[in-house]
Ligand binder design. Structure first.
Ligand SMILES: Cc1ncc(COP(=O)(O)O)c(C=O)c1O
Length: 556
């Protein structure tokens, strides 16, 4: 298991800034450690050697030199670390006097938390003993002090590191409510004692991504898949799909950068957002992307100016009322306009490359794809009359995932597509699809905690730490018609109750589900699991009202 790598969150919980830096340091390498400790270490080492030499020069033995060097190093080290901490505390509270007792106590408290346990052992036993041993073994005072110091540092930082990890783990655990406010469930289960990441988090099973990819490949043979990064751009998902041979579709330059960081070849990437910021086009083109969607003459001119000579595929309007997330007519043109645009592309020095459509997400009617292919076939025949042939048809996304309700088997979509291609297209083209939801939705489970319960106007309300704004936006987008599978970790000895399930914000639009059955004894602190939540959840989430984004926990 690994958690997402936002520097200030671990398992979704906000940590004190300093411990977060050190916890993420474990993942990001030693650079933050070097930045923080190089200067105090240099000061400490210089002081240790100087004082050791002075003690030896005034007739002291190795033991005296070791003790004096230890104390000199400690004083110099904490002088630098303390001064830095003092400046940080003073900056955090500009109104407070820099030399106030409060600042002093904060500085001491911070340093004690960071170094306390290691420091006592270090100064009293470990460092003097190792410095003495170093001199005795090497027979040279300066070299011995330095060798002893390095060995003592290993022990010191191991203890300091362990104490930081411990603090971080504590900070991510829910805190216990006062004893007199605990519910019966809380008393028996002690949820604040629970280990593991803080909720809300998305548990994402890469084996399910593999399985979904294998199902798609089997159901739609001959189709080349470009995963729509927008559905879930977590690097672990992208890496996994890359390793399976899947290609990618992007909607922005930022998505391309994610892929480039994973070593994906930009030439294999489709940029299918029909209207793009010019800077994104230029950046993507410079990186090697040379296939762009368009559905207007303005976009063609933009492409001709910022990605000259690139390949263009035109987006057709193929609406599908059966889609759970319809596209509301935002993109796409009719066949006549598509012909005009591809001819215009050629005049502008672009390469007329292909056609695309998107029937809407979670498309429940396989025949929608047949209509898309038929529309594309009509455009291809018309273009042929103008002496123009294209080489690619992109059927977009839309393939469904299983939520609560059954969906048609993917094989049905494959069969409909095969028939339509054979019947409607005048010549062979490369077939491409851009699945998003169907690859990742079922791999994800959003784990949330119940933060409150209430009865209002005789309806039972359940408040979770995840809501429409910090992850479950599609419940709003689909006007709650997308029914996610819900499960509480509590058993229901007294039968289920119909709950209205809402999120943590102070906004009533945060409500995700109405009248869903969950155990009657669900209480604050219990967990509620939202299934099929791998697509368009973490990718959509906002920090509205200051609530955390769900972190992602990858399950291999
Ligand atoms: C251009 C494009 N391709 C592919 C997709 C992925 O669609 P889905 O998640 O329904 O498979 C989308 C999603 O909106 C899209 O806009």
């Amino acid at each position: 298991m690994s958690t997402s790598s936002s520097s200030l969150t671990i398992g979704g919980a906000l940590l004190p800034e300093r411990s977060a830096i050190r916890v993420s340091a474990a993942r990001r390498g030693v650079r933050p450690l070097v930045r923080r400790y190089l200067l105090p270490e240099a000061a400490g080492t210089a002081a240790a050697v100087l004082v050791g030499v002075l003690v030896a020069a005034s007739g002291g033995g190795w033991a005296a030199a070791a003790v004096a060097a230890t104390w000199a190093e400690t004083v110099a080290f904490y002088a630098v670390v303390g001064a830095r901490e003092w400046r940080r505390q003073a900056r955090r509270s500009p109104g407070r006097r820099a030399c106030s007792p409060r600042t002093a106590s904060l500085v001491v408290g911070e340093l004690a938390l960071e170094f306390g346990p290691g420091e006592v052992l270090d100064t009293t036993v470990v460092r003097p003993a190792l410095m003495y041993a170093g001199q005795a073994l090497l027979g040279d005072m300066v070299l011995g002090l330095l060798a002893g110091k390095l060995a003592a540092d290993v022990v010191f930082y191991a203890i300091a590191g362990a104490s930081v990890e411990l603090r971080a783990a504590r900070a991510t655990r829910p805190s216990a409510p006062p004893a007199h406010l605990r519910t019966a469930t809380e008393r028996s289960r002690r949820p604040w004692r629970r280990r593991g990441p803080t909720t809300p988090y998305l548990s994402l099973d890469l084996r399910a991504v593999d399985a979904a990819y294998d199902r798609l490949v089997a159901a739609l043979p001959g189709v080349r898949f470009h995963y729509a990064v927008k559905a879930n751009p977590h690097p672990a998902v992208l890496r996994r799909l890359r390793d399976r041979g899947c290609r990618f579709e992007i909607a922005s330059l930022a998505e391309l950068r994610l892929l480039r960081r994973l070593g994906v070849d930009a030439r294999d990437v489709l940029y299918s957002n029909p209207v793009k910021p010019p800077g994104h086009v230029a950046g993507a083109f410079a990186a090697g992307v040379d296939r762009f969607a368009a559905d207007s003459v303005w976009e063609l001119r933009k492409l001709a100016a910022t990605a000259p000579g690139s390949q263009v595929y035109v987006r057709l309007d193929v609406p599908d009322p059966s889609s759970v997330v319809p596209l509301e007519g935002k993109f796409g043109v009719d066949p006549g306009a598509a012909v005009e645009l591809l001819l215009q592309a050629r005049r502008l020095g672009l390469v007329p490359y292909g056609l695309t459509f998107h029937v809407g997400s979670q498309a429940l009617d396989p025949t929608a794809y047949a209509r898309g292919v038929a529309t594309a076939g009509a455009v291809m025949r018309d273009l042929d009359r103008h002496g123009l042939r294209i080489s690619m048809l992109d059927i977009g996304g839309g393939l469904p995932a299983r939520y609560v309700d059954d969906v048609p088997p993917l094989e049905r979509y494959g069969a409909v597509l095969r028939d339509a291609v054979a019947r409607e297209l005048p010549y062979a083209v490369d077939l491409v699809a851009e699945p998003g939801r169907s690859l990742v939705a079922e791999a994800g489970t959003l784990v949330s905690t119940v933060i409150g319960r209430a009865v209002r106007r005789e309806r039972h309300w359940l408040h979770l730490d995840v809501g429409a704004f910090n992850g479950m936006m599609e419940t709003l987008e689909t006007r709650r018609t997308l029914a996610y599978p819900l499960r509480a970790t509590t058993q229901a000895p007294d039968g289920p109750v119909a709950y209205d399930v809402t999120g943590p914000t102070c906004d009533s639009e945060d409500t995700m589900f109405l009248g869903v059955p969950l155990p009657g004894n669900v209480a604050p602190g219990d967990r509620v699991l939202i299934g099929s939540a791998g697509a368009y959840t973490t990718a959509y989430a906002s920090r509205f009202n200051g609530f955390d984004l769900p972190s992602t926990v990858i399950v291999e």
